[in-house]
Design a protein around this ligand. Structure first.
Ligand code: SF4
Length: 196
């Protein structure tokens, strides 16, 4: 039965930050306290349009490519995975890559963002019917672009993670908290979680 449940790529990102967040979002349907996502939820259509335009403008210059496609929604029935890919780029020479945009400051690749990119790469492979083996993470506020490898092992790992997320949603069992307690300080679900 859990095989039927669709997982959003953002669930994959949240799982790698802390599996409990998937439970709060997908099982209890809770929203974060006032955070970036709630701020975005209150934006007017005009503000959303401006934000999307800014994203496309920044992505247009983040890496050099012969062709770029922005905001591609892909749903894979085979993987039970869906999401909107920020940018698909065809590099000189014909190689396609996923470029993931983060409206945040970072000077390193954050692991939950990396696996989010891997999940988008799985969707991009289906969409383009091509093997994709690297991608780019773009942190807009720090202006840093990181090239990352997306090997088969990472793709298989994310496929297994999709199944774990499905099990959380179907079993409705509260997962163990992240072992990295420092993450809780900036977690929008702390007031629900109250981890010991
Ligand atoms: S407060 Fe900590 S353990 Fe609880 S959901 Fe957030 S990150 Fe996970």
């Amino acid at each position: 039965m859990s095989d039927e449940v669709f997982v959003d790529v953002t669930d994959v990102k949240q799982y790698f930050y802390c599996p409990r967040i998937v439970y709060f979002m997908r099982v209890l349907g809770l929203c974060e306290r006032v955070t970036e996502s709630m701020r975005v939820g209150r934006e007017s259509h005009e503000e959303i349009r401006c934000r999307e335009e800014r994203k496309v403008k920044l992505l247009s210059t983040a890496i050099y490519a012969d062709e770029k496609i922005f905001g591609v929604f892909v749903e894979s029935r085979r993987l039970r995975l869906r999401g909107v890919i920020d940018c698909l780029a065809c590099l000189p020479g014909g190689e396609w890559v996923v470029v993931e945009y983060k409206d945040t400051y970072s000077t390193r690749v954050q692991i939950h963002h990396y696996y989010q990119l891997v999940a988008y790469t799985l969707l991009a492979q289906e969409y383009l019917n091509k093997i994709i083996s690297r991608g780019f993470l773009f942190y807009a506020l720090s202006g840093r672009v990181f090239e990352v490898a997306v090997p088969s092992s990472a793709k298989e790992y994310v496929k297994k993670t999709i199944k774990k997320i499905q099990r959380i949603i179907v079993s409705e069992e509260l997962p163990k908290p992240t072992p990295t307690k420092s993450k809780c300080r900036s977690c929008g679900y702390y007031r629900y979680c109250l981890r010991a």
